[in-house]
Ligand binder design. Structure first.
Ligand code: NAD
Length: 271
């Protein structure tokens, strides 16, 4: 079985300045040759990734919907980790924009990635596609009955990702994390999460606010474990992918100067 050589790969993380994306970027910096982080900072923060930036790790404050900017970047990439999205609470007041970013932009990115011969497209979905659990523990074949526009848009993103594999044999992966917690999580606004909210109130000596009757349950995963599920060298995500020869030639063409190519031509021995 072929295993993707991460050490020689250029990876893109969309939503890479966000909570999980920044953790994933931190982990990928340890192993990938180059990391390209894209985030329009609507909910992410530059400081989440500032310390990572160097000549191997670059940040582009682009909107994923702006294909004129995304396509040239995709031409340099071997693997896309697509995490950029707008969240569940945003979908309640702005359902159309939520769908536009989470579903339509995913479809556009899939098309652009395939055309740019990106070696693999990893779509980070969400347990929200299940809606309310009909049985626990939930299995992967639990019915998907999203209860929010966010859940619906993530399911659409999943479906498009799977369709690109079925229709074009394009190598894609869908991962469906449950709730994560840990460093760089959000504690306010549309993206505020329950664990940081509880912690802040507890530290301020205030009572915790629980919605409903308190009997509801959730699964929580520490964020570095969530990200390791995508990025670990032994993760199934890396199997059977290899950057195409064309991708390597194209990358070499774009990263080496004309003077370098001329010197190669001058010194080459022709047989
Ligand atoms: N946090 C969780 O518990 C959880 C659970 C399940 C799935 N997920 C999934 O994981 C991924 C990351 O979630 P997160 O919690 O880190 O969210 P997050 O909001 O911290 O990260 C998303 C990032 O996307 C960026 N973004 C939004 N719209 C964009 C656009 N148009 N162009 C470029 N960037 C844009 C935001 O600025 C943000 O930094 C999402 O796809 C989400 O569905 C998260």
């Amino acid at each position: 079985m072929e295993v993707f050589d991460m050490n020689n790969s250029t990876v893109m993380v969309t939503g890479g300045a966000g909570f999980i994306g920044s953790e994933l970027s931190h982990q990928l910096c340890q192993c990938a040759e180059r990391v390209i982080i894209v985030d329009n900072l609507v909910n992410g923060k530059r400081e989440n990734i500032q310390q990572l930036l160097n000549d191997r790790v670059t940040f582009y404050p682009y909107d994923i919907r702006d294909l004129d900017k995304m396509i040239p970047l995709l031409n340099e990439v071997d693997v896309v980790f697509h995490l950029a999205c707008l969240g569940v609470r945003h979908s309640i007041h702005s359902p159309l924009e939520n769908h536009d970013v989470n579903a339509t932009a995913t479809l556009n990115l899939l098309k652009a990635s395939r055309e740019a011969r990106v070696g693999r497209f990893v779509y980070v979905s969400s347990s929200e596609v299940y809606g309310t659990a009909q049985w626990v523990p939930m299995t992967e074949n639990h019915p998907t009955l999203p209860m929010t526009v966010y859940g619906g848009s993530k399911l659409a993103g999943e479906s498009y990702t799977r369709a690109f594999y079925r229709t074009y044999n394009y190598p894609t992966v869908v991962v469906r994390p449950f709730n994560s917690f840990g460093p760089r999580c959000h504690h306010e606004g549309d993206s505020g999460e329950v664990i940081p909210k509880f912690l802040l109130r507890a530290m301020a000596g205030q009572s915790l606010i629980i919605h409903g009757d308190g009997s509801q349950t959730r699964d929580f995963t520490y964020v570095s474990d969530t990200a390791r599920g995508f990025s670990a060298p032994d993760s199934p995500i890396w199997r059977q992918v290899k950057p195409s020869m064309w991708a390597r030639v194209r990358r070499s063409l774009s990263t080496n100067s004309p003077a370098w190519w001329m010197s190669c031509l001058r010194t080459a021995t022709w047989r």
